[in-house]
Design a protein around this ligand. Structure first.
Ligand code: ADP
Length: 252
């Protein structure tokens, strides 16, 4: 009788294993399909601003049209679009990196957060967004370059997905044997049904909404990989239309 139960348990475990492997294969296939589509999308999107710039500049050089302020600013907008696309491509490459390879040093994390906020100043001020930070002089023992990447990705998302005149609160606290870093915005938020996929590679909530802002859907997967490699944790609280809060814990 016991043996029959054991066999039953074994087949159940085997069934579960097969289901897990199938799920994994499906998820890998999904990621691969998305990656292929994204590469195609990006190449296609690179062509449009390049063609427009080429035509306009040729016409300007031939004296067919005048270099009015309006025409120049159209060119400038196209260049901004190209820059965003190139940033997407950079992210696509960097996600291939091995995040387990970490190099820890002791550094002032408050100073780091403050410096990053300062580099983003023109970007958030352009949208009339206020950023508050409780600078409190904490240190952390971690991989500084990688933690820099985490802060940049979370802050740039908060700015990207917050409307004109919004607020971003960044909180930094001592927590257990490390720090807790909180990014709270009152932006567009993340729908409940997307929450579980948000840290997946290439996942974007709404293609049309995020393509406009130039996202590739890899920023958060990089953040998650870096935090995992530090044995930390990240979670998200969000309400669509109300804002998002990312809670990060990094141990020393
Ligand atoms: P992306 O490069 O598209 O921004 P991410 O991996 O950084 O990629 O984010 C994945 C998706 O999660 C984004 O496309 C966006 O839809 C959503 N998202 C991320 N951060 C926020 C935020 N602070 N507020 C609202 N939506 C967000």
């Amino acid at each position: 009788y016991n043996q029959r139960i054991d066999e039953k348990v074994d087949t159940m475990e085997l069934d579960n294993l097969i289901i897990s492997i199938n799920d994994l294969a499906k998820s890998l296939q999904r990621q691969e399909d998305i990656r292929k589509n994204l590469t195609k999308d990006i190449s296609h999107e690179l062509k449009t601003p390049l063609t427009s710039l080429q035509i306009t500049l040729e016409a300007l050089m031939d004296g067919i049209i005048d270099p009015t302020k309006e025409r120049l600013s159209v060119c400038y907008e196209e260049i901004l679009r190209l820059t965003r696309l190139v940033k997407d491509l950079e992210k696509l490459y960097s996600y291939e990196q091995d995040y387990r390879d970490i190099n820890k040093t002791k550094f002032n994390i408050s100073e780091l957060v403050q410096n990053i906020i300062t580099t983003f100043e023109s970007e958030y001020k352009r949208k009339n967004i206020t950023v508050n930070f409780n600078n409190n002089n904490l240190t952390l023992y971690a991989d500084k370059d990688k933690i820099t990447q985490v802060i940049i990705n979370l802050l740039s998302n908060a700015i990207k997905y917050t409307n004109e005149g919004g607020n971003i609160e960044i909180g930094l606290f001592e927590h257990k044997n490390g720090i807790k870093l909180i990014f709270k915005d009152d932006g567009i938020g993340i729908p409940y049904e997307d929450k579980e996929y948000i840290f997946d590679r290439f996942y974007r909530v709404d293609k049309s909404r995020t393509r406009l802002t130039g996202g590739a859907g890899i920023g958060l997967s990089i953040v998650k990989a870096i935090i995992d490699s530090h044995n930390g944790s990240i979670d998200l609280e969000s309400k669509e239309g109300k804002g998002s809060t990312f809670n990060v814990y990094i141990p020393n």
